[in-house]
Design a protein around this ligand. Structure first.
Ligand code: ZN
Length: 444
């Protein structure tokens, strides 16, 4: 037995081994809905790799990225060590065009419905995307529905205002009185930790709470004893403008925390983890591992600057987006920084995408995004792709100032050199910490 084993081992050593790794596609047989695919990976510097009739151009460190157009149906990609030589690997990429199922708006007179779950998102447009969130409705909120479009239902708010909820989150309801709600009074409670404004209504009603500069504009709809059926109020907020809004049993509570702006609590979030690897780099690195190393370096640097810092994860484990958010809120986090490394859709060319970008959702988080973006690009020396507003779950809460940093593009051979350099983590730590320092100066 031992002899056979040794024989096999020595045979492997004798055979010429072509050394390369394809980091993406992850599978040898994949189906895509867009008309392109990229291959990224690494190859031995001394050897040339071909993908079909394309000679792979690899970087100094061996990393490469090539992108291809797809024809409808099956596309075969042969990995070879010469134009006409032996096939080392075969990838099958199926391109199946997705069918758009956009439907027309169906309108009808008011019908009574109610929400069946908590946190039903009230949106200004019938799209599950973008900056269209007005408020979060609890279970058993009475709604008046006047139409359907795609997977959304149109909610009547006032004679000239409507909004949208997912149709799956509501059911028809028999109501005796179609005049929905009434305003019953308001109250302010102050303690050492927060200020809470409470507005009482006869039942749960659709509402919106939107921060306009430093004024939190609150509207509650279907209120019979208010002009145009809208109850309106506004609250003046101070930096850093964090707040929480909750409607429960007819009570709309708006809570504004007392923040120590000199010593804000910071939560660092290492993106992905456990079964969720995130993006994969040319050199086969997994984003989750690099994010964790970066997060640990950031925490260490911030602690050395005297901040109170905690991390949503400090090991390689899966944490849902909701749990990351809840962790930060329960920790009374004021600043939340999620660390990621960027990826691109399969039909784009990885060579065209490099650099850093920082995302925010709430307007009041924009200054933090600006400060971190400026520092991270200058310290890392990456291309500055600017700050961007996007609806990512971890940066949506209004309870903290939240940003998501994409330090580099993992699949880009040029950026690979940056994140593979030995002081990468130290530089990320400095960039994020300098950005936070500068942001805190703006709060005074
Ligand atoms: Zn990520």
């Amino acid at each position: 037995m031992k002899k056979i084993f040794l024989l096999i081992i020595s045979l492997i050593n004798i055979l010429p081994v072509y050394s390369y790794d394809i980091a993406f596609p992850l599978d040898k047989n994949i189906t895509l809905s867009d008309d392109g695919v990229f291959f990224v990976g690494r190859t031995d510097k001394k050897e040339t790799l071909w993908i079909n009739d394309v000679k792979v151009k690899s970087n100094k460190n061996g990393s490469f990225a090539e992108s291809f157009k797809l024809k409808s149906g099956e596309n075969i990609f042969n990995i070879k060590n010469g134009e006409n030589s032996l096939i080392l690997d075969k990838y099958v990429v199926n391109y199946v065009k997705s069918i758009s199922n956009e439907t027309k708006l169906v309108e009808f007179p008011i019908q009574d419905y109610k929400t069946t779950v908590d946190n039903v998102i009230l949106r200004s447009t019938p799209i599950d995307f973008g900056m269209n969130r007005l408020g979060y409705l609890p279970k058993n909120t009475d709604l008046q529905i006047t139409g359907f479009k795609n997977e959304f239902s149109r909610v009547y708010l006032s004679p000239d205002l409507s909004a949208w909820v997912f149709s799956k989150d509501i059911i028809p309801e028999q109501r005796e009185n179609t005049i929905v709600g009434e305003f019953r009074g308001e109250n302010l409670k102050t303690d050492a930790f927060s200020e809470t404004y409470s507005y009482r209504f006869s039942k749960n009603l659709p509402y919106s709470a939107i921060l306009d500069n430093n004024l939190l504009q609150i509207e509650v709809y279907n209120v019979a004893n208010r002009p145009n059926e809208i109850f309106y109020s506004q609250i003046l907020l101070k930096p850093p403008y964090c707040y929480s809004v909750k409607m429960r049993e007819g009570l709309l509570n708006i809570s504004i925390p007392n923040v120590d702006i000199n010593h804000p609590r910071i939560v660092i979030d290492a993106g992905h983890g456990g079964l969720e690897p995130g993006a994969i780099g040319c050199m086969c690195d997994l984003e989750k591992d690099l994010n964790l190393k970066a997060a640990k370096a950031v925490k260490k640097e911030l602690k050395s600057r005297g901040y109170n810092v905690s991390m949503t994860r400090s090991s390689d484990k899966f944490i849902s987006l909701k749990d990351r958010v809840n962790y930060a809120i329960n920790k009374n986090g004021v600043i939340f920084v999620s660390l990621h490394m960027n990826s691109i859709p399969e039909n784009k060319n990885p060579n065209d995408y490099r650099g850093s970008e920082t995302y925010y959702y709430n307007k009041f988080s924009q200054p933090l995004a600006t400060c971190i973006q400026k520092q991270i690009t200058s310290v890392l020396g990456t291309k500055d792709n600017g700050i961007k507003q996007a609806s990512f779950a971890v940066i949506r809460p209004t309870e903290y100032v939240g940003v998501l940093v994409e330090t580099v593009f993992l699949v880009n051979p040029e950026d690979t050199k940056i994140y593979k350099s030995k002081d990468y983590y130290k530089k990320v730590a400095q960039g994020v910490s300098n950005g936070i320092d500068n942001y805190i100066k703006t709060l005074h």
